[in-house]
Write a protein that binds this ligand. Structure first.
Ligand code: ZN
Length: 194
């Protein structure tokens, strides 16, 4: 399923996606798209996927951070990133209505920039309003890694990729991340890249 994920350079990733109407959300077409995106995200695997990444310029994203993805990550790193399992979540027409001044910097990747990652500053805390898969309005205050995922996905729906926000000197292939940078505290990575 990985080959179905659109890669950087495709114009659909740079468009502002169109909001969905309540009527559309209940349509078989959109409900099927949600299922397709859930499958594509799991088989990649990834913790989030936005509709433009499957070629649909619609304000729809799915998120899921499964405990099984965390088994090779140290407890210290999980705590530093404030990363915890997030159950499957559908965000339609999401809007970040407030965000903290405080930022956190961590390595982040994207299924549409396959094979690479970089340090990206993200707000530590935010409030997001959105419609769920039933078209019901939701409002959540979110922090930690979940907040990072939401910011990444909401960016996709505005035509923004993490490479627009990254600390560009930290851009690395995943192989080189594992070889040279993994396990280093972010402060030390920043020091070495000066
Ligand atoms: Zn992405």
């Amino acid at each position: 399923m990985r080959e179905t994920i659109v890669q950087a350079g495709d114009p659909v990733l740079r468009q502002r996606a169109r909001p969905l109407s309540p009527g559309e959300i209940h349509s078989a077409e959109i409900q099927n798209l949600i299922e397709h995106m859930r499958e594509a995200m799991r088989s990649a695997p990834g913790v989030g996927l936005a509709a433009p990444q499957v070629g649909q310029s619609l304000q729809l994203a799915v998120i899921e951070d499964r405990a099984e993805y965390h088994k090779d990550i140290s407890g210290d790193l999980m705590a530093e990133r404030q990363r915890k399992p997030v159950p499957f979540q559908v965000l339609i027409n999401p809007e970040i209505v407030s965000r903290s001044e405080e930022h956190k910097i961590f390595f982040e990747g994207c299924l549409s920039v396959a094979g690479f990652c970089a340090l990206v500053p993200r707000s530590a805390l935010l409030r997001v309003n959105y419609l769920d898969q039933h078209g019901l309005p939701q409002s959540l205050e979110i922090s930690g890694w979940h907040a990072r995922i939401i910011q990444h996905e909401v960016d996709h729906l505005q035509g923004t990729l993490y490479i627009d926000r990254m600390l560009s000197r930290s851009f690395t292939s995943l192989d080189n991340l594992a070889q040279y940078w993994n396990g280093e505290p972010v402060e030390r990575v920043l020091e070495r890249l000066k």
